[in-house]
Design a protein around this ligand. Structure first.
Ligand SMILES: NC(=O)c1ccc[n+]([C@@H]2O[C@H](COP(=O)([O-])OP(=O)(O)OC[C@H]3O[C@@H](n4cnc5c(N)ncnc54)[C@H](OP(=O)(O)O)[C@@H]3O)[C@@H](O)[C@H]2O)c1
Ligand SMILES: [Zn+2]
Ligand SMILES: [Zn+2]
Length: 375
């Protein structure tokens, strides 16, 4: 480890502090490692939650945790065992690292997103420093290559992996229903003929809507703020109808759009999420992405929802973290989004800031869609 230090954004949970830290410059210590210069780091609700000190702590023996898990970087140095990268390549790192349990099959097979033991570590979240600093070192296996033409949008790969994993699971689950998946010999997409509702129009919802569109679904966004607003404008740019939950009840939504085949929940609020679950259609699948803050119990139409789950053959599935394949798919799909909707995709990044704006971005009022710190 060199004695040079770099600027990083850190939380000190013991002191409930958010501050710039002087973080030691890392060096390669194993043949399969690479040194990477950080280019951009996205900020999301998870980072903001860590800054409320609800969870998140640094590696053993370090009082701070460097934040940041949505990252785009450029390789500057490669260890002798690195096979697929060279200096100058762009990369996106994944977040979760496998647990040590030899019997945890998902972790042993590179699928720590399904870790059984919950003793995994996560960069920028749990026991491993994140990427909100000038450089970092990472193993080759946790990196995905990014083509140069996606440099301006690839920082959104990590949040898009949530949709990639969610949809991959939905396709697996829906194999149970004959004919649910369009055979796609006409190239209209596997979701052609199916109706999807995205709940919420933040970065997770809007990226999810784009993913559902390229899969051929008829997509609606159901979210809080009435039109006009800038999130509804992006929905319009990608050809999706935006419906405000303030203006239309879920019963009317279901009446108007017909059988809801898929819901992609991206609000993280239990009340509206289960209210929408109540109108999920026959043979429908509901994908939860939201991570609500824990509050007191709320009334939901539990009997109604339960009857439907049984009688309408519904499936509920959660999505968190993602597989290496989901990262590859996310990079591929960002390329597709950029071809189809270059302006709308670029508009998801509503602010690019210097590290000095970290306090405002992390503990100030949430603004825009995706805010990014540039290094
Ligand atoms: N599963 C994972 O691995 C993972 C990863 C990242 C994030 N998440 C979670 O995913 C969720 C969405 O993230 P995000 O960053 O996109 O969130 P966000 O930026 O806060 O956006 C939430 C969206 O939901 C809408 N909304 C909020 N409450 C609503 C309500 N009661 N009724 C209707 N719409 C409502 C908001 O409407 P307005 O536009 O009116 O504000 C906004 O458009 C969060 O719960 C987050 O914690 C999960
Ligand atoms: Zn995130
Ligand atoms: Zn595990």
């Amino acid at each position: 480890m060199s004695t040079n230090t770099m600027k990083g954004v850190g939380v000190v949970p013991e002191k409930k502090e958010l501050r710039l830290v002087a973080h030691p410059e890392p060096s390669i210590t194993a043949p399969n490692e690479l040194k990477i210069r950080t280019l951009e780091v996205g900020i999301c609700g998870t980072d903001r939650e860590i800054c409320t000190f609800a969870y998140g702590h640094g590696p053993k023996g370090c009082e701070y945790l460097v934040l940041g898990h949505e990252c785009l970087g450029e390789v500057t140095e490669v260890g002798p065992g690195v096979k697929n990268f060279k200096p100058g390549d762009l990369v996106v790192p994944s977040v979760r690292r496998p647990c040590p349990d030899p019997n945890c099959t998902p972790c042993r097979e590179g699928r720590q997103d399904f870790c059984f033991t919950w003793t995994f570590k996560e960069r920028g979240i749990n026991q491993l420093h994140g990427f909100m600093t000038e450089q970092f070192v990472e193993e080759e296996t946790f990196l995905t290559a990014v083509p140069k033409e996606l440099r301006d949008v690839a920082v959104m790969a990590e949040p898009l992996t949530i949709a990639e994993k969610g949809l991959a699971q939905a396709w697996q689950v829906q194999k149970r229903v004959p004919g649910w998946e369009h055979d796609n010999r006409d190239g209209k997409g596997r979701g052609f003929g199916r109706t999807a509702v995205v709940l919420g129009a933040g970065p997770i919802g809007l990226l999810g809507a784009m993913k559902l569109l390229i899969e051929g679904f008829r997509v609606f966004i159901y979210s809080r703020s009435p039109k006009p607003n800038f999130k509804a404008d992006i929905a319009a740019q990608i050809g999706v109808e935006y419906i405000s939950s303030v203006k239309m009840h879920t019963d009317d939504l279901a009446q108007q759009i017909g059988n809801i085949d898929l819901v992609y929940e991206a609000v993280g609020e239990g009340d509206v999420s289960f209210e929408l679950a109540r109108v999920l259609g026959i043979n429908g699948v509901y994908i939860f992405t939201g991570i609500p803050a824990l509050k007191s119990a709320i009334p939901v139409y539990a009997d109604n929802i339960m009857r439907n789950i049984t009688l309408k053959n519904q499936a509920l599935v959660g999505t968190v973290n993602a597989s290496p394949q989901a990262f590859v798919d996310a990079i591929h799909d960002l390329g597709e989004f950029k071809k189809r909707w270059p302006k709308a995709l670029a508009a998801l990044i509503t602010g690019r800031h210097t590290i000095d704006a970290h306090r405002e971005l992390l503990i100030g009022r949430a603004q825009g869609i995706k805010n990014v710190i540039q290094f």
